[in-house]
Write a protein that binds this ligand. Structure first.
Ligand code: NMX
Ligand code: MLT
Length: 438
């Protein structure tokens, strides 16, 4: 058994025993009340699952095992001479709750490199799709096609003991994370570069190799961006739509291939991960319609108002939980300030940030007028030469696997049951409201 797996087994076995005892002895403890508004309002704030890898505070934003993004940037191992954290190290941290050493991080880079092989049928499945198929659809289908390689599904069919579920889940999770950059790069090169694929470079780390296989920019800075990008998008506690989808699908004992494909279908919605493509689409439309790549704040404000008057949302702004600017937006802004000078599109993003919050506040109904992660990411990609915005959500999807699949290992190790909340009818709602009013 490898050292990471052994550590995970040790920690998760101990927690499983503790959680079982709590469920038995304190299972009837009341921790919350659910209001009608929450039933009608997308279950905001309803506590309903265990998610070990990260926790979201509405004001401070995401904490990965207690660490903020600036702390990750400071404390996680990096490539020699590099400034950005290695996502491998974040996966280790999320899985076992400890910051790995440089040696442990390097081991994980190599381990994923050794698990990267993709079955031929997955490439054939991708190639069978019309080239116009959205990259997220190709990504989701490719992930589903990997199910045939699932250790969990094979061992379940052979009659595995429940206590062992965590073991093949760990193997599947490690294999899937290892394979995602190659699949994503394959889709990118297929759709946008005439199918001219680039072979992996085994000397590189997970993100560096991904940047290399995308083949748009060979600079050290683009590799650094990928390391930061794949770190900051990695997890956002368990209630966000894609993580929750993975958790729900996985709770039926589907393998992580099926549950993560489900997560990617969820991430493909414009209110969730697809917002990163929508932001750049919106910015390009604005600059096209104004006939300038350097719009003034006044011009941006007028365009924002036009978008709202057309009954549309401003992509990249607002959040279901956050109530302050997203620290992932800030991290990207800091990166751009450090690495990039004189980019019209990045300046436009920053000017947009100066005008949108006040306009949204003026509507009187938007709970969070501040930018989220998606408001910034596309502009930096455009700067480095990746202008094909339909691909952006795939990058988000590669990163999100780190948190969601580490969490899937925990769900199996803790023996989390089938998820099955209660629904009510509108008659029940009306009846309850009537009783409350009388
Ligand atoms: N532009 C215009 N209106 C907005 C925006 C926005 N950016 N954000 C919220 N509203 C509206 C929202 O549509 C709702 O209107 P109505 O009552 O007419 O239906 C009202 O404000 C109240 O919504 P909230 O309670 O503030 O937000 P909610 O929690 O329901 O939704 C989002 C959160 C993220 C779905 C919402 O803010 C939004 O649509 N944002 C734009 C899309 C986006 O950037 N999504 C990415 C989120 C991050 N991610 O990667 O997943
Ligand atoms: C995310 O990163 O998943 C999004 O910010 C959405 C969320 O947390 O609800």
């Amino acid at each position: 058994m490898d050292a990471l797996k052994e550590k995970f087994f040790e920690k998760s076995s101990a927690l499983r025993t503790e959680m079982r005892a709590i469920a038995k002895e304190q299972g009837d403890t009341v921790v919350d009340q659910v209001k009608l508004g929450q039933i009608l309002g997308g279950a905001r704030g309803v506590k309903m699952m265990i998610w070990e890898t990260s926790a979201l505070d509405p004001i401070k934003g995401i904490r990965f095992r207690g660490y903020s993004i600036p702390e990750l940037r400071e404390k996680l191992p990096k490539v020699p001479g590099g400034k950005e954290p290695l996502p491998e190290a974040l996966f280790w941290l999320m899985l076992v709750g400890e910051i790995p050493t440089v040696e442990q991080t390097n081991w994980l880079s190599k381990e994923w490199m050794s698990r990267m092989a993709i079955p031929e049928h997955t490439f054939q499945v991708i190639d069978a799709l019309p080239i116009s198929t959205h990259p997220m659809v190709q990504f989701s289908i490719a992930i589903t096609s990997l199910e045939s390689t699932s250790h969990f599904s094979r061992r379940y069919a052979e009659g595995m003991n429940k206590k062992d579920y965590w073991d093949p889940t760990y193997e599947d999770a490690m294999n899937l994370v290892a394979r995602l950059p190659r699949i994503a790069a394959y889709i990118y090169r297929r759709v946008f570069h005439d199918g001219k694929h680039i072979a992996p470079d085994p000397s590189l780390d997970w993100s560096g190799n991904f940047a290399h296989m995308l083949g748009i920019n060979d600079s050290a800075d683009f590799k650094s961006l990928m390391r930061l990008y794949l770190t900051i998008h990695a997890d956002h506690e368990g209630g966000n739509a894609s993580a929750h989808t993975a958790h729900l699908v996985g709770s039926t004992l589907s393998s992580v291939y099926l549950s993560y494909a489900g997560a990617m279908n969820s991430l493909s919605g414009p209110l969730h991960g697809l917002a990163n493509q929508e932001v750049i689409k919106w910015v390009f439309k604005m600059t096209d319609s104004l006939g300038t790549t350097t719009p003034t704040k006044e011009q941006i404000a007028t365009y924002v108002q036009k978008t709202l008057d057309e009954g549309k949302v401003i992509p990249g702004y607002g959040h279901a939980v956050l109530r302050e600017p997203d620290p992932r937006f800030t991290a990207q802004r800091v990166f751009a300030q450090e690495y990039i000078k004189g980019s019209d599109i990045i300046e436009t993003i920053w000017k947009t940030f100066d005008v949108v919050p006040d306009i949204l506040k003026g509507l009187g109904k938007v709970k969070n007028p501040w930018p989220n992660v998606d408001a910034h990411s596309g502009a930096i990609l455009v700067h480095y030469g990746m202008k094909e915005f339909p691909f952006y959500t795939v990058l988000f999807g590669v990163s999100r696997a780190l948190g969601v699949l580490a969490a899937a290992c925990w769900s199996r190790a803790l023996g989390m049951p089938l998820e099955r909340p209660k629904s009510v009818t509108s008659d029940w709602v009306k009846e309850t409201a009537k009783k409350a009013a009388s």
